[in-house]
Design a binder for this molecule. Structure first.
Ligand code: NCW
Length: 448
């Protein structure tokens, strides 16, 4: 039996996002976001679910903070809904919206929990989308203004700031694959959106530094570990393209101020260009204090002409799958974070999300025996420990998610929480995985 012991300053936390938990979509002057529009459009979200009520955390945040306290985490990552602060994206600040987050932040601090704030977790004000959204560079200016208001309102209270959550999802998933709001299917648009979001990130970091805001700032990319199924050069190249789509396309600009050439060429062959303006790459590569990584999965692939965007087909090698049909690949976490260190140096890393979706059943006693989820966590904690032992500067881990919540295009059926949400009564029930994590935190580790 191996002893898995984490450093005493390892930052344990959980994460959520505004649109997925808050509800109260028309309260206290909140404007509409692209997710209100998208989820109210029939056929876009499973079961035509929407976030109008979600977990009602807008009214139940004290209960949620009490759950965090019970769990024993040191930090809580949540996002701010831009349309609560600027209902039209720009213009006058809506103080009532700010007040909600003041209440949340104060409740967290009172409970001894460090707030980690994500500025953009996908709920773009609809008014900005009406003017082109992230494809319009005016959205960058609006974002920086919004960020400035938040930096100033919460200066001194927030130790960790995250500009964007998963820029790949904001760009490719939402504007090329079309599965998320605003639901476009246009590769050029997706590449433009990715670029503009990264510029917006860099501009926000510049503003953060210029204001002398306290705390640390970084961004979160969703990294994936995709390996070639054989050593044939065409399979190696195809798997690399598929991986770079999530990884290098975002990590290289963030740290090196360049796009991976082989990917630029690949897109160019499809008639797609990155709309880089003078100074953009320097802006994107502003030094950051940490990198946030969301890790869920990985896989194997080989070259197949005309398969997907990259002539790459996934090969099924027998991974266990979650209810999202994502491969369970804990070793992939070790590999991808080792790669981050090798490729981008010793920047502190926080796993800003990791977790699993499984079908849960609430027993008559109000329990959820989610062994598969607890096992998923255990396996990934083992890899976190292995990473720390091998010298990768992994500083913290946020479980996704505190609560079952509105799982975007998948609606409410897909549950990622370590706490079960009964959507009829809004009662919260900690699952067995919650108690597993609670014990790991209390003991500083576990026997594997
Ligand atoms: S959907 C997604 N997620 C989940 C979400 O709840 C959270 O807000 C996100 O940060 C869990 O973590 C992230 N990520 C998208 C993953 C890629 C899906 C690929 C679909 C292909 C069609």
């Amino acid at each position: 039996m191996a002893k898995i012991q984490f450093p005493s300053d390892f930052l344990w936390g959980t994460a959520t996002a505004s649109y997925q938990i808050e509800g109260a979509y028309q309260e206290d002057g909140r404007g509409l976001s692209i997710w209100d529009t998208f989820s109210h459009t029939p056929g876009k979200v499973a079961n035509n679910d929407n976030g109008d009520v979600a977990c009602d955390s807008y009214h139940r945040y004290e209960e949620d903070v009490a759950l965090l306290k019970k769990l024993g985490v040191k930090a809580y990552r949540f996002s701010i809904a831009w349309p609560r602060i600027f209902p039209q994206g720009t213009g006058e600040v809506n103080e009532k919206g700010l007040d909600y987050y003041r209440r949340v932040v104060d409740a967290l601090l009172e409970a001894g929990i460090q707030p980690a704030v994500t500025l953009y977790h996908w709920d773009l004000p609809q008014a900005l989308q009406d003017k082109g959204g992230w494809a319009n560079r005016e959205t960058i200016d609006a974002f920086v203004k919004y960020a400035e208001v938040i930096f100033q309102a919460f200066d001194g209270k927030i130790k960790q700031w995250i500009t964007f959550n998963e820029t790949w999802c904001v760009s490719f998933l939402s504007n090329y694959i079309g599965a998320h709001a605003p639901g476009n299917k246009d590769l050029q648009l997706a590449v433009t959106v990715a670029h503009n979001c990264m510029v917006a990130h860099g501009e926000a970091v510049k503003r953060f530094r210029a204001l002398g805001t306290e705390g640390t700032i970084g961004t979160t990319h969703n990294l994936y570990w995709f390996e070639p199924y054989t050593t044939k050069p065409e399979d190696v190249a195809a798997a690399h393209r598929n991986r770079a789509y999530n990884n290098e396309w975002f990590m290289d600009p963030t740290f090196k101020g360049t796009y991976p050439e082989f990917m630029v060429d690949w897109f160019r062959e499809k008639g797609v260009e990155v709309p880089i303006r003078e100074g953009d790459m320097e802006t994107i590569a502003q030094p950051i204090d940490f990198i946030g990584v969301n890790f869920y999965s990985g896989g194997f692939g080989r070259c197949k002409k005309d398969e997907g965007l990259f002539d790459c087909e996934e090969v099924q090698v027998g991974f266990a799958k979650t209810f999202m049909d994502w491969n369970v690949y804990p070793d992939g976490l070790y590999k991808v974070l080792s790669w981050v260190k090798d490729e981008y140096g010793d920047v502190p890393i926080y796993i800003t999300e990791n977790g699993a979706c499984y079908e849960d059943e609430l027993t008559a006693e109000g329990r959820v025996h989610d062994e598969l989820r607890a096992d998923y966590y255990k396996k990934h904690f083992i890899q976190c420990h292995r990473l720390i032992e091998s010298g990768v500067p992994l500083k913290g881990y946020f479980a996704w998610s505190l609560l079952d919540n509105f799982e975007w295009a998948e609606g409410y059926k897909k549950r990622f929480g370590i706490v079960y949400t009964n959507y009829e009564t809004q009662e919260r029930h900690p699952k067995d995985s919650f108690y597993f994590i609670q014990k790991v935190i209390a003991d500083g580790g576990f026997d594997a």
